[in-house]
Design a protein around this ligand. Structure first.
Ligand SMILES: Nc1ncnc2c1ncn2[C@@H]1O[C@H](COP(=O)(O)OP(=O)(O)OP(=O)(O)O)[C@@H](O)[C@H]1O
Ligand SMILES: Nc1ncnc2c1ncn2[C@@H]1O[C@H](COP(=O)(O)OP(=O)(O)OP(=O)(O)O)[C@@H](O)[C@H]1O
Ligand SMILES: [Mg+2]
Ligand SMILES: [Mg+2]
Lengths: 227, 227
């Protein structure tokens, strides 16, 4: 379903060029629940951004559901992402002037969904992540972990076929982490939603069915577990 | 050394007032290595911000090294923080237009330290957190965990008597986390630097000598361990 072919990413803007990704090949199949692990700076965010069409590789291609996303122009890319991908950013990237509720429903507005459908969906998601009482708060009125949970709810709002999540539990306590994992696993098992997430959190790694290890821009191991 | 007296913090800007802290009393002694744990939204960041003079309590007082910081005016507070406190923010708050090196030396510039002293200190710190090769990168050219390590280096730069760190290892892998803990413990044991940090990370909690648990704005347990 996601075909990553010989992806390289080199940053040339610093004095010394940085080879963030040095030839990554991998296939993600529908319904996977896959963790990407690796040291700080090993290329996890870079890889997720490229798979999600948020960044362009220096060489190589990414084919998602049959579409070579490197061939899409800017507008087609935006449209493609809206229809197919839910993304949870490492720094959340919530819109500061919108409330939690508005941040979550934003993408549904762009997709032209009806008010009643949006209201029901937002309510359902904020309830699942335990933030119903915070729906009218703006990001500066939320704790770090609360902002992270809004970012997750937002990624799930449009019922994407796959979710890319960059360290989605970094700022969460055990209970919120366990809750989030349950939500993700339920969507994965009941609706076949594909999840690919980067993480440093052992509790999350333990529940992945496949673990890819990135080191210095290369995949050094790819293990299927029986989690 | 830090005397927190009956601190309450209520936010009234939302429809329903939020009692983020509901009467917190605690004393931190010189040389402590203390973790504050608790669920997302329980008040950890709020408490750290108030202890560090970055936020004002609704009632109660904070006395640091004999100074009641609630009695200081804005300029005195800035000056006091510069001289006494190193702060690691949950969202890092690095200055986007400055490089890693410039972010770390910034406070030393404000303190009027000589160029040779600043250069030596920045080099020492960036080396300790493994970021010498990134010193000319700006925050957008750094990974999440790299930004977090710059934020820690910055807090240590001015050799403060105590460091308040808000989830300082959230985005770090095991190796970087272990390394950071070693640095903090070494400063704590060799130089008597006091550390108070909030964390969800069990590896960090395991190495604290005292664990304060916050729930719903109140301290519910205070345990000294033999870590
Ligand atoms: N400006 C604000 N207005 C209203 N409520 C606020 C504001 N800032 C924080 N809060 C609320 O205060 C409570 C405590 O927030 P705080 O950031 O201290 O939590 P925390 O323990 O650090 O959580 P986390 O582990 O998620 O970082 C939260 O419920 C939050 O929604
Ligand atoms: N714009 C840029 N210019 C130069 N180097 C960059 C840029 N963006 C990222 N890098 C570098 O690319 C490498 C990979 O970064 P990436 O953010 O993918 O790491 P990561 O595995 O997500 O790390 P973390 O676990 O800390 O989030 C890092 O060494 C980083 O410094
Ligand atoms: Mg990253
Ligand atoms: Mg916090």
């Amino acid at each position: 379903i996601i075909d990553v072919n010989n992806i390289e990413k080199t940053y040339t803007e610093t004095a010394v060029p940085v080879h963030a990704l040095r030839g990554v090949d991998l296939q993600i199949e529908a319904g996977e629940f896959t963790a990407i692990v690796g040291p700080s700076g090993s290329g996890k965010s870079t890889l997720l951004n490229i798979i999600g069409g948020l960044d362009v590789p220096s060489t190589g291609s990414v084919v998602v559901n049959g579409t070579d996303i490197s061939q899409l122009n800017a507008n087609q890319l935006i449209d493609f992402r809206q229809k197919n991908i839910g993304f949870v950013f490492q720094a959340y990237n919530l819109i500061p002037v919108l409330t939690a509720k508005e941040n979550v429903e934003f993408i549904m507005l762009l997709q032209g969904r009806s008010k009643s459908e949006r209201d029901a969906r937002v309510k359902e998601l904020l309830e699942e992540v335990g933030l119903m009482d915070k729906m009218d708060n703006r990001p500066t009125q939320l704790s770090g972990g609360q902002q992270q949970r809004v970012a997750v709810a937002r990624a799930l709002a449009s019922k994407p076929s796959f979710v890319l999540a960059d360290e989605p539990t970094a700022n969460l306590d055990s209970k919120s982490t366990a809750n989030l994992l349950d939500i993700m696993l339920k969507l994965n098992q009941e609706e076949g939603m594909t999840f690919v997430f980067s993480t440093h959190d052992q509790r999350v790694i333990d529940r992945a069915r496949r673990v890819l290890t990135l080191e210095d821009g290369k995949i050094v191991s790819d293990i299927k577990t029986k989690a």
